[in-house]
Structures are given as structure tokens and as C-alpha cells.
Design a protein around this ligand. Structure first.
Ligand SMILES: *[C@@H]1O[C@H](CO)[C@@H](O)[C@H](O)[C@H]1NC(C)=O
Ligand SMILES: *[C@@H]1O[C@H](CO)[C@@H](O)[C@H](O)[C@H]1NC(C)=O
Ligand SMILES: *[C@@H]1O[C@H](CO)[C@@H](O)[C@H](O)[C@H]1NC(C)=O
Ligand SMILES: *[C@@H]1O[C@H](CO)[C@@H](O)[C@H](O)[C@H]1NC(C)=O
Ligand SMILES: *[C@@H]1O[C@H](CO)[C@@H](O)[C@H](O)[C@H]1NC(C)=O
Ligand SMILES: *[C@@H]1O[C@H](CO)[C@@H](O)[C@H](O)[C@H]1NC(C)=O
Ligand SMILES: *[C@@H]1O[C@H](CO)[C@@H](O)[C@H](O)[C@H]1NC(C)=O
Ligand SMILES: *[C@@H]1O[C@H](CO)[C@@H](O)[C@H](O)[C@H]1NC(C)=O
Length: 349
């Protein structure tokens, strides 16, 4: 048995443990936070609490109760001493889609960005400690290519600590599973860009001109991850259009009813299906949830101060302004996420 001296007691308020990152966080932050959650809950007996409008606060439950740290309030700093934490070229499971260096990217300073909360320091990443924490557990990322990116990063972060014969990667349909065999730990990705069923569910061929979504159907996806110990969802970019075709009935059946529904209403319908499923099927004492909504779109060079209507090609520096929301962000979507997650938390407790 691993020693869990300060192991946190299950959250007394079910669903109080939903981690919602409602702000415009660069998605990498979520990986960082997840690592931190996983560490701190074990190492220092730390618990996350947050309010549904904004930030996650980390509150020590052992030690000095007055010290707390808002992990969402911080900035990216340059750190070439301890970063990068892994080398893309050396990662056994790096995906070509994400392999910038392999395909010739020269500026690699983006790998030296470390998230620095204003109020505290994060512990240095330790792959062994993370695997220990994931022993006999499933960590599942569900969503679109942003979450797949997060998942690949997480796999690359830990896989170097595992010898070749003790790890595996396996794909079955929409689910891809990395296993650290000795730990019986798995880190998985499930493709579901709209969370609910849609005509974009094929893990490879999903770029279709007319997006059709079954806003009331999620079981086909959810049965693959309902029993996970950690669930990290994301869904936003695939909803960025003015309306979507909603299907009542099933794909391929002749009596299906199609109707155009506008944003953000259609997003809200899907998110409610998702949260209803979680409420009924996921045990809040066992499973920790994370939800990533908005992510920056970085499509226009104007955001970097170039005004001639170009895209982000060649931009290598961060936007330094703290609290910058990003040109593609949609406050209406944020309100929906706040409401649905807020309700889920309340209903669960
Ligand atoms: C939620 O957090 C924000 C930012 O930290 C704070 O200003 C606000 O008062 C909090 N709201 C509640 C209800 O705790
Ligand atoms: C880190 O960056 C600084 C400033 O750019 C540079 O002077 C130093 O040589 C770098 N150190 C390493 C180990 O790359
Ligand atoms: C990483 O974590 C393992 C397991 O908890 C521990 O034995 C090891 O000392 C840690 N390594 C560092 C560099 O902190
Ligand atoms: C291995 O991990 C799975 C979760 O991924 C768990 O259900 C199972 O009980 C674990 N096996 C053992 C022998 O603990
Ligand atoms: C793939 O997943 C399906 C459905 O969950 C399951 O029935 C099947 O056994 C899996 N196949 C492999 C090779 O794991
Ligand atoms: C639905 O979206 C399409 C493409 O974004 C647009 O051309 C069309 O006008 C929209 N229809 C309605 C009813 O808003
Ligand atoms: C979760 O834990 C609480 C307190 O230990 C318990 O009362 C409740 O029944 C548990 N819920 C589930 C779904 O197991
Ligand atoms: C975002 O930038 C694009 C391209 O410059 C511009 O057309 C669009 O109006 C901007 N959107 C917002 C919300 O500022």
C-alpha cells in the first residue's frame, strides 16, 4: 500500500470538488493544475475550493489554515532552468500533429514557459509521484483536440519514468489509453468534441461542413468513462458558430427531426445533458471533475499589435496583459457554463 498519511478525506460536499476553470486560461494550465491537485492532495493534504464565477483557490486543510493560494491568478514566466519538463523529440508517444520540433519549428522558447501563481509556488513536477497517485486509477480526458493535446503532454510528462516493457498505448475507436502497467494506472483520451453525440464523433474523419448534434444523447460516449477517477472535459471551439442543426431521433433513422438552434442555447442544451448524466451516473465521492470551457483562439495578428489583418503566423511572444480575454472569447458561453456547473454543484450537495 502506498503511504497516504495526509490523504484527503473525500469531499464532504459531493460535487464541491468540481474544478471549473471558467476563465480564459491557456489550456496548459489545466494540466498544471491537475498535476498540482494530484500532488498536493497527497503530499500536503490540500484541498481545492472555488466559487463558480471564477477562480480556484487552494486551501490547506492541514498545516496553516490561513494560507491559501488562488492558482488561477498568476502569469507565465520564462524558466530555462527547470523547463522544459520533457523533450518532444524523445517522447515515445508524441503525436505528429503536435510535434513542432520534429517538423522543423526553430523557436522553442514556448517550452520554457512555467505557470507562476502570484501567491505561491507550485511544487516541481515529479512523474513518479504522479504515477503513485494514479495507482489503480483512471485519468480520462474527454473532448476535442485541445484536450488531446493536454493528454499527450501528460503522457509525455510521465512516460519517461516508465521503462518500455512496462507501458503501453492502445486505441479502440474514440478511446486511446496509455497504461503504466506496474502502477495499473491509465491516462486516456476520449474524442467527443461536442461532449454529446454528433456527426463529428469519428476520431479521424470529423470535419464535416454541416454540424449536426444530438443534444440529448451522451450515453454512447459516457459509458466509456463514467467510472474514471479523474475526468477532464473541454468543449468550446467546436461550438463557435451562430447556430447548429439539432437532431431529435437517431442518425440514420428516417423519422429524425432536425431543427436549427442558435448559440448559446444549443450549447446550453448539450451541457445540461452532460451535467444530468454526471449527476446520475458519476459518484462524486470517487471522481474528481475538471471542466475547461473557453480557450484563446489566436487567429488574428491584431492581438499582437499588428493591424494588417494577418493571422498568428510568426508570432512567438506571449500577450503580456494580465486578464486579457482574447478576441474569440464569448461571455454568453461563460454565463452558460457558470450556470450549468453552478447547478450541478448545488444539486449534488
Ligand atoms: C468569487 O471569487 C471572486 C474572485 O476571487 C470574488 O471577487 C467573489 O467575491 C467570489 N464570490 C463568492 C460568492 O465567493
Ligand atoms: C537561460 O536563458 C538565459 C537568458 O536568455 C541565458 O543567458 C542562459 O544561458 C540560459 N541558460 C540555459 C541553461 O539555457
Ligand atoms: C519524486 O517522487 C518520488 C515518489 O514520491 C520520491 O521518492 C522522489 O524522491 C521524488 N523525486 C524528487 C526529485 O523529488
Ligand atoms: C486496476 O485499475 C482499475 C482502474 O483503472 C481498477 O478498476 C482495478 O481494480 C485495478 N486493479 C487492481 C488489481 O487493483
Ligand atoms: C473496444 O471497445 C469495445 C466497446 O467498448 C469492446 O467491446 C471491445 O472489446 C474493445 N476491443 C478491444 C480490442 O479492446
Ligand atoms: C445558421 O448558421 C449559418 C452558418 O453559420 C448561417 O449562414 C445561417 O444564416 C444561420 N441561420 C440562422 C437561422 O441563424
Ligand atoms: C459519499 O460520502 C458521503 C459521506 O461519507 C455519504 O454519506 C454518501 O452516501 C456517499 N455518496 C455516494 C454516492 O456514495
Ligand atoms: C477579432 O479579430 C478579427 C480580425 O481582426 C475581427 O474581424 C473581429 O471583429 C475581432 N472580434 C472581436 C470580438 O473583437
Amino acid at each position: 500500500m502506498p503511504k497516504h498519511k495526509h490523504q484527503i478525506v473525500p469531499n464532504p460536499k459531493p460535487w464541491g470538488s468540481i474544478r471549473s476553470s471558467l476563465h480564459f486560461l491557456i489550456a496548459a494550465l489545466v494540466a498544471t493544475l491537475l498535476i498540482v491537485t494530484v500532488y498536493l492532495t497527497q503530499e500536503y493534504g490540500v484541498q481545492f475550493l472555488e466559487n463558480c464565477t471564477a477562480s480556484t483557490t487552494i486551501v490547506k486543510t492541514s498545516g496553516d489554515p490561513s494560507s491559501s493560494c488562488n492558482l488561477f491568478s498568476g502569469k507565465w514566466v520564462f524558466d530555462n532552468q527547470s523547463y522544459p519538463l520533457y523533450k518532444g523529440l524523445q517522447c515515445t508517444y508524441m503525436s505528429d500533429q503536435l510535434a513542432c520540433e520534429k517538423f522543423g519549428r526553430k523557436d522553442l522558447s514556448f517550452q520554457n514557459r512555467r505557470w507562476q501563481p502570484h501567491e505561491c509556488d507550485l511544487p516541481r513536477f515529479n512523474a513518479t509521484a504522479l504515477l503513485e497517485r494514479l495507482r489503480n486509477k483512471r485519468l480520462v480526458y474527454v473532448g476535442d483536440s485541445l484536450n488531446r493535446n493536454q493528454w499527450v503532454s501528460m503522457v509525455c510528462l510521465v512516460e519517461s519514468a516508465v521503462p518500455p516493457e512496462l507501458k503501453s498505448m492502445h486505441t479502440n475507436g474514440s478511446l486511446t489509453t496509455f497504461k503504466a502497467i506496474e502502477y495499473n494506472a491509465s491516462i486516456e483520451f476520449y474524442w467527443a468534441p461536442l461532449l454529446v453525440e454528433s456527426n463529428s464523433d469519428h476520431p479521424v474523419n470529423h470535419r464535416l461542413p454541416d454540424r449536426i448534434v444530438r443534444v440529448q444523447a451522451i450515453e454512447k460516449h459516457a459509458r466509456h468513462w463514467t467510472d474514471a477517477d479523474f475526468l477532464v472535459f473541454n468543449s468550446f471551439l467546436w461550438w463557435r458558430r451562430s447556430n447548429m442543426s439539432v437532431l431529435w431521433g437517431s442518425f440514420g433513422s428516417s423519422d429524425g427531426i432536425y431543427k436549427k438552434v442558435e448559440m448559446p442555447r444549443v450549447y446550453e442544451m448539450a451541457l445540461k445533458t452532460w451535467s444530468n448524466w454526471l449527476e446520475v451516473h458519476v459518484n462524486p465521492n470517487k471522481t474528481q471533475l475538471f471542466f475547461v470551457s473557453m480557450s484563446p483562439t489566436h487567429q488574428s495578428a491584431e492581438e499582437w499589435g499588428v493591424t494588417n489583418g494577418e493571422n498568428c503566423y510568426g508570432e512567438t511572444e506571449l500577450i503580456k496583459e494580465e486578464g486579457y480575454h482574447g478576441n474569440g472569447s464569448d461571455p454568453k458561453i461563460m454565463r452558460v457554463v457558470e450556470n450549468v456547473l453552478g447547478e450541478l454543484k448545488t444539486r449534488g450537495s
